[in-house]
Write a protein that binds this ligand. Structure first.
Ligand SMILES: NC(=O)c1ccc[n+]([C@@H]2O[C@H](COP(=O)([O-])OP(=O)(O)OC[C@H]3O[C@@H](n4cnc5c(N)ncnc54)[C@H](OP(=O)(O)O)[C@@H]3O)[C@@H](O)[C@H]2O)c1
Length: 333
């Protein structure tokens, strides 16, 4: 089959299309013909792939994808209704150490444990479905598992038009929060307006502390500098949910990565700050899909690229100004 391989260390110059064998599945795994895969531009710079001896694994990029089942292991429970021909959306998390493969969806076929997938709603295209799991689950877990966001609260989403932030904005509006977002381009402002964001702050012109106070929940998709500013605007009982945080340790170490199966809570200037890494949750992803089907949430796609053009897809992500999720189509589709 055709697959993209990344040969770290290095960025897009280390991506290659290769011919490899179709993966063999274990009894509890499922093989999927990939139709579309979500792109994570940052993953080319993750330290995860460095081995003990200083050499590197050569992973297939991607963590979430959508496609059609072509093979089912004998121990996959029948009640999961994962059969040959079933359309599924899949999310594998490479961040946590595992004996299983760290290969993702940028290939003709990909395999995953049955617990990493759900049936794809018919109303979603494969491109839309591939854009959902990683980004939408990150927003869901950040807002509801950790911040316990409620109606009437004020939510600030920093980095408002990135793929994860766009879900956080929609989910915040959905539960009745007042939603403020940061962005810096006309295109971003237009997109945020279309999502009925209550207030937009141009992060290039305005410091958060000069415009805001008493924020209940900050969803920070940007980084440490934004955390510093957010500490000045979050209320005493509020919380900053970080999905990017370089202050919490070296994620390249297996032991540290395993410890991130639990969120990392700390107090800074008397405020609660949490950093967490998203994981698959079948129940939550099913709820998100139901909301998509009901029209209460929508997938925002920032770009769709042919399989052979994946390098340009990564380059678009690397600009740091993606407006929605970038998706790469499966080969030959
Ligand atoms: N912890 C986890 O489990 C987890 C899960 C998912 C993602 N992440 C991380 O979260 C980060 C965001 O990822 P993403 O893929 O959603 O988005 P992304 O593609 O990294 O972000 C692009 C967006 O960021 C905005 N932006 C850039 N610099 C900014 C700044 N200084 N202040 C405010 N906004 C800024 C841009 O808006 P303008 O065009 O308007 O400038 C653009 O819309 C990445 O670092 C990713 O690795 C972590």
């Amino acid at each position: 089959m055709q697959a993209w391989h990344h040969h770290p260390p290095g960025g897009t110059e280390k991506l290659k299309i290769v011919q490899v064998n179709i993966p063999e599945i274990d009894d509890d795994e499922v093989l999927v013909r990939v139709h579309a895969a979500g792109l994570i531009w940052m993953e080319l710079y993750w330290q995860l792939y460095e081995k003990e001896d200083g050499t590197y694994k050569t992973p297939i990029p991607g963590e979430d994808y959508s496609g059609v089942i072509v093979k089912v292991g004998s121990k996959v429970p029948k009640e999961k209704r994962l059969e040959v021909g079933t359309e599924v959306m899949v999310f594998v998390t490479k961040a946590f150490s595992s004996k299983r493969s760290t290969d993702g969806g940028m290939a003709e076929y990909a395999k995953a444990h049955f617990s990493r997938m759900i049936r794809k709603p018919q109303s979603l295209s494969h491109v839309e479905a591939a854009s959902v799991p990683l980004s939408a689950l990150t927003a869901w877990q950040g807002l509801f598992d950790y911040a316990k966001l409620q109606a009437g609260q004020t939510l600030l989403v920093a980095g408002g038009t990135g793929p994860t932030a766009l879900w956080a904005i929609q989910m915040g509006k959905m539960v009745g929060a007042r939603v403020i977002a940061t962005a810096a381009s006309e295109q971003s402002f237009k997109l945020l307006k279309s999502l009925n964001v209550d207030e937009v702050i141009n992060y290039k012109e305005v410091k958060l502390e000069s415009a805001l106070e008493n924020i209940d929940v900050v969803f920070n998709a940007v980084g440490d500098e934004t955390t510093k500013q957010a500490l000045k605007v979050v209320s005493k009982d509020g919380i900053i949910v970080n999905i990017v945080d370089t202050t919490v340790g070296d994620l390249s170490k297996e032991s540290v990565r395993d410890s991130f199966r639990e969120p990392f809570f700390r107090k800074e200037e008397g405020r609660t700050v949490v950093f967490f890494i998203v994981d698959m949750n079948v129940e939550q992803l099913t709820k998100i899909c139901n909301l998509l089907e009901e029209g209460k949430l929508k997938a925002v796609i920032g770009g769709v690229f042919e399989f052979n053009d994946a390098v340009n897809a990564f380059k678009q992500g690397e600009t740091g100004h993606a407006h929605g999720k970038i998706v790469v189509k499966g080969p030959g589709l």
